[in-house]
Design a protein around this ligand. Structure first.
Ligand code: GLN
Length: 198
């Protein structure tokens, strides 16, 4: 089984670890650079991207993550994790940095106050078995993507605007929503397959 690490300095780490184990991975928590060395893939959980950035910097994990991902380490980010995998963000706090990797612009807390938290059915390209019930919690959306990025799913917002909520760029995957919270195994299975194929 592939060994998949979960970035464990902040966020819903345990939920991702459980979902990855259910999907057949061998799972480890990653808090220190050395723990990154032995993983075949990494998940950045939901949580708070500003805190993740600060802690990753303090624990000297930000640069090693950037490097490994640049070298081809498969990564999946949900919600705050999506923000962390974005090359560019908007509505971040002053100076906020990301790990980066996916050629996209992500807007933090994009869905606005009245829908701080909501659920929607999302049909995902490449994921069989019908639409997925997706939970959004102060979620980001993807404002725009570069040429190499495949849009996997979108939701319709006020004014009938479609907003991108799932993307893939080669070895990198990101969703605005939290499959680790709903018990639908398909995204974690999809990522474990990505790691296996890599
Ligand atoms: N709003 C959070 C952030 O900016 C993300 C929310 C989440 O991960 N549920 O990091």
């Amino acid at each position: 089984a592939p060994t998949i690490g979960v970035f464990a300095l902040q966020g819903d780490v345990r939920e991702h670890m459980r979902a990855l184990a259910d999907a057949g991975a061998s799972v480890v928590a990653v808090r220190r650079p050395q723990e990154l060395e032995r993983v075949d893939g990494i998940v950045v959980p939901g949580g708070e991207s500003t805190t993740m950035w600060k802690l990753a910097t303090a624990f000297e994990l930000l640069e090693p993550l950037r490097l490994r991902i640049k070298e081809g380490l498969p990564a999946y980010g949900s919600c705050a994790g999506m923000i962390m995998l974005a090359d560019r963000i908007t509505d971040g706090i002053a100076g906020q940095e990301t790990i980066g990797g996916i050629d996209m612009l992500v807007r933090r807390n994009a869905f606005g106050r009245q829908v701080d938290s909501f659920e929607a059915d999302v049909t995902l390209r490449g994921v069989e078995g019908g639409p997925m019930r997706a939970v959004f919690i102060r979620a980001p959306w993807v404002e725009s993507v570069g040429e190499g990025v495949q849009v996997l799913g979108a939701v319709e917002t006020a004014g009938s605007t479609d907003r991108i909520v799932a993307v893939r760029q080669g070895h990198l995957l990101a969703t605005s929503f939290h499959p680790e919270l709903t018990g639908d195994p398909r995204i974690h299975e999809y990522f474990v397959d990505m790691v296996r194929e890599h």
